[in-house]
Each structure stands twice: as C-alpha cells, then as structure tokens.
Design a protein around this ligand. Sequence first.
Ligand code: GLU
Length: 393
Amino acid sequence: MADWVERVLPSPTAMLESTVAQYQREGRTVYRLGLGQPDFPTPDRAKAAAIQAIQDNFTGYTDTSGILPLREAICRALHRDMGLSYEPGEIVVTVGGKHALFNAICTLCRPGDEVLIPVPYWVSFPEQVKFAGAKPVFVQTDASAGYKVTPESLAPLVNESTRLLILNQPNNPSGAVYSAEELLRLAEFCRERDLWVISDEVYSAFVFKPEGYTSIASFPGMRERTVVINAVSKSYGMTGWRIGYSAAPAAVTGAMLRLQSHTTSNPSSIAQQAALAAIDGPQDDLTDIRDEYAARRDILVEGVRRIKGLECSVPDGAFYVWVDASAWRGQALEGRTISTADDLADILLTKAGVAVMPGTGFGSPYHIRLSYAVSREEMENGIAAMESILGSK
Ligand code: GLU
C-alpha cells in the first residue's frame, strides 16, 4: 500500500461514533457527550426543498463547484455574516467542511512544506497535512493564554518551509474565539511572513461574546492569502447532508475545483437544494439555538467543576467544553491506573456509559472534550454518571 497508510491515523471522532452506535444496537444506555453533532433538526424549509428537488427530478450531476444559486447564496451569507465579498466563481461547494479542508490542504501544501497548527486542534488537520506529504508543526497554547496563538508564539516556529497556518475559531475543541485586535496582529504577521491561512469557520454561528465573530479574511491583504471554510452541518443541524464550502481567490479555487472534478465531482444535488434553502431563509432560529447552547454551556461548565480532578475554563464559542483531566494522571480508578485521557475516556464509556472524546487526537493527551450539542437531560445525566465514577470535589 501507499506510504500515507503508515503515516495517517484513523479519525477518532468517527471511531468513537461507531463504538457508540454498537453500544446502542446492544441496547445499552450511552450519554453522548463525544461526537460534536447538533441535536437540533434540519430546518423544515431545507427538508421541503430536498423533497421538492427529488420530485422535480433534480437528481443529475451539477456543476462540480455546486449549483450557481447556492454559490450566490453563499456569497450573500459571507457578506451578511462576515462582511466578506466573494464572487460565485470563488466558491466551491464540497462534501462537508472536511472535504473543503482536504481540497485546500492538497492545493496549498507541497511535499516538505510546514504547516502551523495551534494545539489543541481538530483531529483531521494534521492527518490531512500528512496525507499531502507536508509536515504539521504544532504551536502549543494553554488555558492562561485562552488557548490562542499570537505572533510571538508562532514566530520561533516559522522558517523558509513554513507555508500556512490553519486557524480554527471558534476552536474545536477549546471554544477559543479571537478578538478583532488579536486577529489583526495575526493577519499582519501572516502578511509579513508570507503565510497562507486556512480559516476553518464552521462554528462561526455559535459565538457567545457580545462582540460576535470576526473572520481573519476581513483584514487588509488577507483575502488574497486565505481559504475560508464553512459548512451547513453545525449551523443548521445538517451534518448528514454533507454540504460544506470554500471561499478563496480564483486561482486557488480553480485548482481545488480541478482536484474535485477528478474525485467526488459535485456533492449531492438534493443536499445542495436543502443547503440553499437553509442558508437563504430567515436566520432567526440561529439566535435561539445559540442562546440555548450558551445556557447548556453554563450547566456543563458548572457540572464539570463539581467533579473530582477535572478543571475547565468557560468557552466563548462552538459547543464543546475542553476539560483538563491531568490531575487523574497516575491515579487509580476502577482497578486501573490512568496513564492518559484515553484510559479515562474508556472507563467513562465502559463503566458509566458516558461517551467523551479523549484529548489525544486533539494533541492534548491529558484533556477530554465534552459536547453540549445534546439535550439538557442527556447532558445532566452524563455529568451525574461521570460524577458517580470520578467522585465530587
Ligand atoms: N467536527 C465534529 C467533531 O469534532 C464531527 C466529527 C468529525 O467529522 O470529525 O466531533
């Protein structure tokens, strides 16, 4: 088999989901604080548009880049939500955000290039970079820095091979959201060092700070060196429809399109119609969903802080709580010695029926990630089950 097979690890989020599905098939109760998947349903207008698409026999190939009305709607949304100006010819509609990221990484990275990835990172960033033959270079962050990078933390890691920074905010898993001032400084740094940025913005609808969300592509000189990535998956409860997109300068878009024309072609024609209805329709529901996530976040943070050996800060965005479980390192639990968060996560799943993501796949082996994109009841039951195994403070 090819070289990458040795280098690239399986997705731990996908693996956990298949274990949870197996537990559920066996009739076991699992509180699903692991995979990040909204519990809110797809909006009715998107479902209706998909049904209509099937009835209209809108079931053939579309443009590889996606149907024009959807790319136009994406341009309007980028302008409405981020103040960004793109043309439909700069948009590629993809099979989820993960696919847009893959197109971008394969297009921007040459073998041997170095890619700056802030830690903690989403699980697929380093694996896709390795797949492309490039080298992930990890930039450490910590709770005291709000899990954010700065020009000062990036600078020592930049050399002539450094090609690009993958910036994901609101961050999965830490929930970190950068302020406009912090982004301005990062933008200046990227321009000075001639770095590209992949800006993964899939959680941009869920920011709990009053200042809201700012895209790094909105700063002078950044649009021409940034690939913006977003998706309908998280914002509209449409993970299974698999519709994401990229917005990037025409030359990069053209290259990504060439790649896509030989791999997946267009994403599902039916799902594209659903995504169009979701993006273009009234957005009021999003505010209610965001408020509900903010309330759940507070409940989950409060619950985590009650449990022995767990610490967390209050995340500003996305729908995860990033929990420092390092106090459990070397401790005995359920007849085992905890070496990393993988052991802790395994005990929580097998003994307490709580699915959590161990931090190892996110670059932090002594953290765990909890999702609050589940009902309050499931979250509260999950926390109670964790507390019963780990104990209270
Ligand atoms: N982004 C979600 C998560 O981190 C979905 C899973 C995935 O595609 O990795 O849980």
